[in-house]
Design a protein around this ligand. Structure first.
Ligand code: GAL
Length: 447
């Protein structure tokens, strides 16, 4: 049943365990596939690893205090599976549980609501050795993990994100993989992994419903919406179709491949057509499991495809302009208008943006400050579009800026900075950037 508090708009920030925690081998934590891969020469930029990262494991009180100063009412973080279950299943590491208990209590002390992600790509290495997401038992492993999380934290944590961006899990198993495990598997295997991941999501929803009273659950895929270049009905319709189309040979950029089974109970028809020869077995029971009802349409949106007219009565995609530094993602604020609108129309669940942010070559200036005006401008433009969608009747319930602080940007190491808080990775000093204060005032203005 929906409660009054569900209507409260969440202004938050997001992080993920491997990117910030550090303490990679401390207090009984087991290894994850990211711990292993980041130590293989050549796999990450300059050999950067999450061994120390932001040392959040030891500095979380300072970090949560800063979050309170920022004025957010929600914080999206992820639990490191191998910190609480070093082997992925079986033996529980009480020290790991204690860390998250303290972290959650610290948030609540300041009135910051926890949004807990179960899986932000850091599969326990021991489970990888058993075949990882290709093992037919993997959904059961995820059930056991989710149940433990629900039992131990569910008295205080009500919001859960089962999987973060399954697309990137699959990217890590494809040609030219940059994510862990960083090995190429056959197409057939990758489709099997997608199916097992989605089944694991369903199992986690069930485990959390069984253990957490008043749970609010979803998963956080990522997509680049299609944004019409003008307000014509024809171009809007074409954008809607483009966004909700399944493109062949693209397991990474597709919205519907991952979201249709979860929200609509089946893969898109084209999926069965395109991959006829390599599909895993997909049963009615599997689809029921995958579409176990969720509460939210969580979504990560950074960029978009802009659909323009081609001058011959047709349409063409133009890139976003300008591009964000380093990662070359186009800046398209309309992504937070059209994305939520199309998602809400198709899946009919309240939308929460669980990630959106800008990387920028930040420097500490002579005055000791970080003048990242572009980031403030980015946040202003994107959130305006999100609030415009809300004013137009899209049921938008929140926005989480990625990221609270600079952190390990996966294979790109400590290069791209996304944070509102600057982190000096030598001294681990934190300095709030100008955008930190900008976002604080923006939250205040929109309370
Ligand atoms: C997302 C990912 C985050 C973060 C962000 C910025 O895809 O979930 O962990 O790295 O991109 O690149």
């Amino acid at each position: 049943m929906e409660k009054e508090s569900d209507r409260r708009f969440r202004w938050g920030v997001a992080t993920a365990a491997y990117q910030i925690e550090g303490a990679a081998a401390e207090d009984g934590k087991g290894q994850s596939i990211w711990d292993v891969m980041s130590h293989i020469p050549g796999k990450t930029r300059r050999g950067d690893t999450g061994d120390v990262a932001c040392d959040h494991y030891h500095r979380f009180r300072e970090d949560i205090k800063l979050m309170a100063e920022l004025g957010v009412n929600a914080y999206r973080f992820s639990v490191s599976w191998s910190r609480i279950l070093p082997d992925g299943k079986g033996r529980v590491n009480e020290k790991g549980i204690e860390f998250y208990n303290c972290l959650i209590d610290e948030m609540l002390k300041y009135g910051i609501e926890p949004f807990l992600t179960l899986y932000h790509w850091d599969l326990p290495e021991k489970l990888f050795e058993l075949g990882g997401w290709l093992n037919p038992e993997s959904p059961e492993w995820f059930y056991e993990y989710a149940k433990l999380v629900g039992e131990r934290f569910g008295d205080r944590v009500k919001h859960y994100i089962t999987l973060n961006e399954p697309t990137n899990v699959i990217e890590g198993m494809g040609p030219g993989a940059t994510n862990a495990p960083g090995m190429e598997y056959s197409l057939k295997n990758r489709l099997q992994a997608i199916h097992n991941l989605l089944k694991a999501h369903g199992m986690a929803v069930r485990a959390l419903r069984e253990t957490v009273e008043d749970s609010r659950i979803g998963f956080s895929p990522c997509s680049g919406p299609f944004c019409p270049a003008d307000d014509g009905e024809d171009i809007i319709e074409e954008s809607r179709k483009g966004y909700c189309d399944l493109r062949k040979d693209d397991l990474i950029g597709n919205l519907v491949l991952y979201s249709d089974p979860v929200f609509l109970g089946d893969y898109p028809a084209k999926y069965y057509e395109y991959y006829r020869d390599v599909l895993p077995e997909i049963t009615k029971e599997d689809l029921e499991l995958i579409s176990t009802p969720v509460d939210y349409c969580f979504h990560n949106i950074y960029s978009a495809n802009v659909l323009d007219r081609d001058g011959n009565g047709g349409f063409r995609i133009r890139g976003g302009n300008p591009v964000c530094n380093m990662l070359e993602w186009g800046i398209v604020p309309g992504a937070l208008y059209w994305g939520p609108k199309f998602l809400y129309e198709r899946y009919k669940k309240p939308v929460i943006i669980t990630e959106n942010g800008l990387t920028h070559p930040d420097v500490v200036c002579l005055d000791g400050k970080i003048h990242d005006a572009e980031r403030s401008d980015f946040i202003e433009r994107y959130t305006r579009e999100l609030l415009r969608a809300r004013a137009d009747g899209v049921d938008v319930r929140g926005y989480f800026y990625w990221s609270f602080m600079d952190n390990l940007e996966w294979e790109l190491g400590f290069g791209p900075r996304f944070g509102l808080v600057y982190v000096n990775f030598d001294t681990l000093e934190r300095i709030p950037k100008d955008s930190f204060y900008y976002y604080r005032d923006l939250i205040e203005r929109n309370k």
